[in-house]
Design a protein around this ligand. Structure first.
Ligand SMILES: *Cc1c(COP(=O)(O)O)cnc(C)c1O
Length: 365
């Protein structure tokens, strides 16, 4: 059973005993019956059967030991707190998710180096940096919102040679799109709020560690800090994960159709999608990505033009975040990202490609 669809459908299923429910169950409990010996569960902050079902499902897909957190940022901040000590140097992507940078600057006593995820032939980027003296290198690929791709194996080789740990923010790709641990990364971090849960109704995150020792340390930190997810949220994510293969396939089909329809369009100044052979990130993307996902960026002439385009579209909702069933667009400059004012990150949903393309072309006028 190695196909993505089968793995997603089977992920986290309960044991098959006669009369037992087929789907994973939601367990809401802070207290569990104790015994003289150890029990799997004893108190809701330390563990919960619904978390464990999701953790075993994601851990299986990522290829390591998974812990779930109440948000993507809770996962990223827990990792930073756990693997660094004050005064350490960390490297973060200058073009990645902005709150990861902000947390390192505003709430931890670290020396922070910001490097861009530019194509690997440009100088001074993450893939060719010198990591001497660095404790942790955090990369994000594809980067958000620019959709540049970082060569994971190249970063791992340099970072490990310098004694640094590597964490990869795998939010955009999901475990079906990319398995950073197979390229030697020490940790995967992700916001499962996006495509993994996929229905725009839950905020959640996870860390998957390559080593059981780091997983044990992270578990101790989570239990002690108390930053734990609610069982209901983990159950929603587990329910969503069952259709991840189907949703990503449709979303990527939509992204490919939109990319083809918008290539060379007079109103589109810039178009990025790592799945396109003419995208600057494509060569690295094909080496490490198993599928390219449904997020693309387009640039129109101005902030007003971008807002008007979204307004005129019947199928695209103006909303931040991405990876859900419904196509959405987000003008990232609004949030302070260093991108052109007319740049829109479009997250393709699960509508029919013909409907989406017709709607987008009509909205562009
Ligand atoms: C959304 C996002 C996060 C933060 O996740 P939350 O679940 O919103 O806390 C981190 N990294 C990336 C790449 C994201 O897109």
């Amino acid at each position: 059973m190695t196909g993505d669809g089968t793995r997603c459908v089977r992920a986290g299923l309960p044991e098959e005993t006669p009369g037992a429910p087929v789907p994973p169950q939601l367990v809401m409990a802070s207290q569990f019956h104790l015994a003289d010996g150890p029990t799997a569960d004893f108190y809701g902050r330390a563990g919960n059967p619904t978390w464990r079902a999701l953790e075993s499902a994601i851990g299986d897909l990522d290829g390591g030991d998974c812990l779930v957190y109440p948000s993507g940022m809770a996962a990223i901040s827990a990792l930073l707190r756990t693997v660094t000590t004050p005064g350490d140097t960390v490297v973060v992507p200058s073009d990645g998710y902005y709150l990861a940078r902000r947390y390192t600057h505003d709430f931890l006593t670290l020396a922070v180096r910001e490097l861009p995820t530019t194509p690997p032939d440009a100088r001074g980027n993450l893939a060719d940096a010198d990591f001497a003296g660095v404790r942790l290198v955090l990369i994000e690929t594809p980067s958000n919102p620019g959709l540049d791709v970082c060569d994971i194996a190249a970063v791992v080789e340099r970072a490990h040679a310098a004694g640094a740990l590597v964490a990869v923010d795998n939010t955009t790709a999901t475990p079906l799109g990319q398995r950073p641990l197979e390229f030697g990364a020490d940790f995967v971090v992700a916001s499962d709020t996006k495509a993994l849960a996929g229905h725009s109704d839950v905020v959640l995150g996870h860390i998957t560690a390559a080593s059981p020792e780091w997983a044990a340390r992270l578990l101790a930190e989570r239990t002690t800090s108390g930053a734990i997810p609610g069982p209901f949220e983990t159950w929603l994510a587990l329910r969503g994960l069952g259709t991840l293969d189907l949703r990503l396939a449709r979303q990527a089909e939509n992204a490919a159709a939109l990319h083809a329809a918008l290539r060379g369009h007079p109103r589109v100044r810039r178009l990025r999608w790592p799945g396109s052979p003419d995208d600057p990130a494509h060569a690295v993307a094909v080496r490490q990505m198993r599928r390219f996902g449904g997020v693309l960026t387009i640039e129109l002439e101005s902030a007003e033009a971008a807002a008007e385009f979204v307004e005129r579209s019947a199928l695209i909702a103006s909303a931040t975040s991405f990876g859900g069933l419904h196509t959405t667009a987000d003008r990232r400059e609004r949030w302070g990202d260093a991108v052109p004012p007319g740049l829109l990150r479009i997250s393709c949903g699960c509508e029919d490609p013909d409907d989406l393309v017709a709607d987008v072309l009509a909205a562009l006028g």
